[in-house]
Write a protein that binds this ligand. Sequence first.
Ligand SMILES: Cc1cc2nc3c(=O)[nH]c(=O)nc-3n(C[C@H](O)[C@H](O)[C@H](O)COP(=O)(O)OP(=O)(O)OC[C@H]3O[C@@H](n4cnc5c(N)ncnc54)[C@H](O)[C@@H]3O)c2cc1C
Length: 385
Amino acid sequence: MRVTVVGAGPAGLLFSLLAKRRRPAWRIELIEQNPANATYGFGVVFSEGALGFLERDEPELLRVLTAAMQAWPIQRIVHRDERVDIDGSGFSAIGRLALLEVLQGLCRDAGVKLEYGRAFASLAEAAGADLVVGADGANSIVRGSMAQFEPAIELLTNRFAWYGTRQVFECLTLTFRENADGAFVAHHYRHSPSMSTFVVECDALTWKKAGLDRVSDAEARAYCERVFAPDLGGHALVSNKSVWRRFSLLSNRRWSSGNRVLIGDALRTVHFSIVSGTRLALEDAIALDRAFGEAGEDVPRALAAFEGERRPIVEKLLAAANASSYWYERFPEKMREEPWRLAYDYMTRSGRMTDDRLRLMAPDFMARVDAARAAGRAGRPGAAC
Ligand SMILES: Cc1cc2nc3c(=O)[nH]c(=O)nc-3n(C[C@H](O)[C@H](O)[C@H](O)COP(=O)(O)OP(=O)(O)OC[C@H]3O[C@@H](n4cnc5c(N)ncnc54)[C@H](O)[C@@H]3O)c2cc1C
């Protein structure tokens, strides 16, 4: 069987690896527009245990990744210079390039034909393939403007830029800052012993008022360094194609068409605030490989099985992810709240978290919330914080 995989992000690399390992006779070519040692962004973070699913299919990969990851047991919200720690909310992170390089090495060893520096321009390039896997991200060429997949795209109004910094943060932190132009939030965490990811987000009004729509990239970076000076400890922000963007919430009514199937961000995007895009991309790759395990080389049967298994799981997560996106769209108004209340609102933003679940998961944090509520009822607002 001849397989063309477009896009060597986490989804394309892992699918190619699994498929080639299990079916060495398949000819798998993986086409990537960028050079092997280039990527956008900095690190990616995973909630605790989120990569546990690799245990069954790729235990060795899980071991290698775990060894290369930074991990911490809490999440932190910083608002009005006050820290609110959320216990029981552990995460781990890795540089995106480090993750890709591990997968690239395994693909090479397995015999996948990797073609870096080649932009896949049209489906005609995969004319002889029995299967075409679109793992080419949110702006997928494989999906293209083809009506077959029935894509739906919603562009969020907030603006964000994905920076890095040499300031090494203790844990995944959400820092809220205000100035005369408006409100900003940064998601930041270390993804290596010497480097952190720093994603800056603001609403459209603030972005314009701050002039970020008009200034150069270097000026925009310098502006953000001033906003987050209390947090950066004198370190600069580092750019890696860190342009200001609006996040697209993408989904497709159809997941495959003929011999073409979409996985990862090409299939659907989830807002980075729920830190699940990469995990979903890797899970898609595993599910697609498994579908071929059951269907053999019967492509339509495998693609139907893939969608049958994955769709209910993905749709449940999408609902939570979209609720999280809409929370961010309103974050400036949330900043009127006291720090503990903002943190509580954040933790319950998906609508799936109850107080009882939070008490089990984050007893110290909820003790603080309960104490603050009691103080408020007793007429001493904020006394317990
Ligand atoms: C600011 C930000 C922060 C994020 N943080 C996190 C996080 O902390 N945790 C997390 O899990 N997820 C995070 N994500 C989401 C995550 O990056 C994606 O969900 C994940 O990368 C999807 O993997 P993928 O393989 O499907 O697509 P991608 O990683 O986008 O890879 C697609 C690949 O296809 C290539 N390509 C595209 N078009 C072509 C073409 N025509 N020809 C050849 N190659 C092509 C691209 O160059 C790219 O290498 C974040 C996203 C953003 C924007």
